[in-house]
Design a protein around this ligand. Structure first.
Ligand SMILES: NC(=O)c1ccc[n+]([C@@H]2O[C@H](COP(=O)([O-])OP(=O)(O)OC[C@H]3O[C@@H](n4cnc5c(N)ncnc54)[C@H](O)[C@@H]3O)[C@@H](O)[C@H]2O)c1
Length: 261
C-alpha cells in the first residue's frame, strides 16, 4: 500500500520557518513542504552544495528563502544563523530541529568516546542550542510559536548497536517535554516527531551495514513498508499548524506501527 496524498491544506503564508539539516532527506522534504504551504524559510546545513539546492528548489514555490552554513554543534554558527534570519525576516514563527547523525554502528562496550561525543554534540546539544535561540526569539515576539524536534523511535525504545544515537534521541524527548512545560503558558508549543525507518541517505548507510537488512527491516514494520520523507514532513507541518493548537510536549511516532508492537 502506498501512502495517501495529504488531505490537510496547510497555509503558512506570512510565517517564517527555520529548519536545520535541510540539505537532504527528511530536512529537505520538510523545507519543501513548508515552501509549498507558503512559509518563508531559514535553511541551514553543513552540506553547502545540497543545502543551496534545497533553497533554490524551495524558492520555486514563490516564497522567500535564506540559506546559511550552520554546524549545530557550534553555538557561534547558530548565533550567526539567527542573526541572518532576524536581519532578513525580523521573526521566527516555527522551527524544526532536524539535523542529526547516526554515527558508527557498534555495541555499547565498544562505542568510542569520540563516536559518543560527536553524536551527542549534534543530536542533543545541537538541538538544545537551537532551541535556546528559537525560544529566546519567540519570547521576545510575544506571539507564541511552534518547535518540532526530530527524535526517532530510537528515542522511545532501544536499538542494539546504536547506544549513543539511542541515548541522544531519548534525551531529546526529555528536553522536548521539559521545554514544553516551561513555555506552554507563553504559547510556545514544543513537540517531537519519532520517525521509524524512512528512506533517506542515513537509512541507506545503516542498511549497508549488513546483508538482508532492508528485507528484515521492512518485515519488522507492521505496515510492511519503509516510510517516505513526505510522511514525516506532513506531521511536522501538522505540529506547526493551528490543527494542533492544544498539543505540546508530545513525542509522535511516525513509524507504520513499530512502537505499538
Ligand atoms: N531516516 C530515518 O530512518 C530516520 C529515522 C528516525 C529519525 N531520523 C532522524 O531524522 C533526522 C534527519 O535524518 P535523515 O534520515 O534525513 O538523515 P540524512 O543523513 O539523510 O540527512 C541529515 C542532514 O543533516 C545534516 N547534518 C549532519 N550533521 C550536521 C550538523 N552537525 N549540523 C547541521 N546539519 C548536519 C546533513 O548534512 C544532512 O543534510 C535526523 O535527526 C535523524 O536522526 C531519521
Amino acid at each position: 500500500m502506498t501512502p495517501h496524498k495529504p488531505s490537510l491544506n496547510f497555509n503558512f503564508a506570512g510565517q517564517v520557518a527555520l529548519i536545520t539539516g535541510a540539505a537532504v532527506g527528511i530536512g529537505r522534504e520538510i523545507a519543501l513542504a513548508f515552501a509549498e504551504s507558503g512559509a518563508n524559510l531559514v535553511l541551514s546545513d553543513v552540506n553547502e552544495e545540497l543545502g543551496h539546492k534545497t533553497a533554490e528548489d524551495a524558492k520555486k514555490f514563490g516564497v522567500e528563502v535564506v540559506y546559511s552554513h550552520c554546524d549545530v554543534a557550534h553555538e557561534s554558527q547558530i548565533k550567526d544563523l539567527f542573526a541572518l534570519a532576524l536581519n532578513k525576516f525580523s521573526k521566527i514563527d516555527m522551527a524544526c530541529n532536524n539535523a542529526g547523525v547516526e554515527g558508527t554502528v557498534v555495541p555499547t562496550a565498544q562505542c568510542s568516546t569520540e563516536n559518543w561525543q560527536k553524536i551527542m554534540d549534534i543530536n542533543l546539544k545541537g538541538a538544545w542550542l537551537c532551541m535556546k535561540y528559537e525560544i529566546e526569539t519567540m519570547l521576545k515576539q510575544q506571539q507564541g510559536g511552534s518547535i518540532v524536534n526530530i527524535s526517532s523511535i530510537a528515542g522511545l525504545i532501544g536499538f542494539p548497536g546504536l547506544p549513543a544515537y539511542v541515548s541522544s534521541k531519548h534525551g531529546l524527548i526529555g528536553l522536548t517535554k521539559t521545554a514544553a512545560l516551561e513555555y506552554a503558558a507563553q504559547g510556545i508549543r514544543v513537540n517531537a516527531i519519532c520517525p521509524g525507518p524512512i528512506m533517506t541517505e542515513m537509512l541507506k548507510r545503516l542498511m549497508s551495514t549488513s546483508p538482508g537488512f532492508e528485507e528484515n527491516l521492512t518485515n519488522s514494520v507492521p505496515a510492511k513498508r519503509i516510510g517516505e520523507t513526505r510522511e514525516v514532513a506532513d506531521s511536522v507541518l501538522f505540529l506547526c499548524s493551528a490543527y494542533s493548537s492544544y498539543t505540546t510536549g508530545q513525542a509522535l511516532a511516525i513509524d507504520g506501527g513499530w512502537v505499538a508492537q
